[in-house]
Design a protein around this ligand. Structure first.
Ligand code: E4P
Length: 219
């Protein structure tokens, strides 16, 4: 399973990239606004830190302008993945950009039917949002289960299921159990993946016992 970081915070991305466990980055207009930085500069910086796909989202809602924006964003770096919303114009843009060889992430997916449409439009990634479905009283993981199953039924579908709006470690674990291709995770959730109280307790005990031996591995 690929792990993407869901942030436009370059320092957080650099720290996590140093683990060697980060395969890509997703941003959205809200995350760009939160960074307080110029869109093009921050995307260029992120692309230089992480060699994998870096999602940069269009801001227009009509096909012609979205296409022009997507083409411009794709010039920032070879690993830019243009993000478009799951609307009719967004999917027209997805089809056109995909046909030109540009990677496309279709975002704001909230139903299996939408996920199927994105695959037909040639999306590189479909981003079903689990947390926002949970927020309105639905089970976001049902959408992941349905999408993974539907895509598996058709060998020709190459679109990868990129689980978005992840809010917790169980969201990630369940996504992996269902066979989703990618998870995009906020930095704080990634950090939580490493932790377990029994790891801390066990390590403290091992270190204490090792110290009592008086030995040193490096001499
Ligand atoms: C994905 O690409 C989105 O940027 C993100 O996962 C949305 O998460 P949120 O619902 O927590 O804002």
């Amino acid at each position: 399973m690929k792990f993407f970081v869901d942030t436009a915070d370059v320092n957080a991305i650099s720290d996590l990239a140093a683990t060697g466990l980060i395969d890509g980055v997703t941003t959205n207009p809200s995350l760009i606004a939160k960074s307080g930085r110029n869109f093009f500069e921050v995307i260029a910086d992120i692309c230089s830190i992480v060699p994998g796909p870096v999602s940069a989202e269009v801001a227009a809602t009509d096909h012609e302008t979205m296409l022009a924006e997507g083409r411009k964003l794709a010039t920032i770096a070879a690993n830019v993945c243009v993000k478009v919303p799951l609307t009719i114009d967004g999917l027209k843009t997805c089809k056109a950009l995909s046909d030109e060889g540009t990677k496309v992430n279709v975002t704001l997916c909230f139903s299996p039917a939408q996920a199927l449409l994105a695959a037909k439009a040639g999306a590189t990634f479909i981003s079903p949002f689990v947390g926002r479905l949970d927020d309105i009283g639905q089970d976001g993981m049902d959408l992941i289960s349905d999408t993974v199953q539907i895509y598996r039924n058709y060998e020709h579908i190459q679109t990868e299921v990129l689980v978005a709006s992840i809010r917790s470690v169980p969201h990630l674990v369940e996504s992996a159990r269902l066979g989703a291709d990618v998870a995009t995770l906020p930095p704080d959730v990634i950090k939580k993946l490493f932790n377990h109280p029994l790891t801390d307790k066990g390590l403290a005990a091992f270190l204490k016992d090792w110290e009592a031996t008086g030995q040193s591995i490096l001499g």
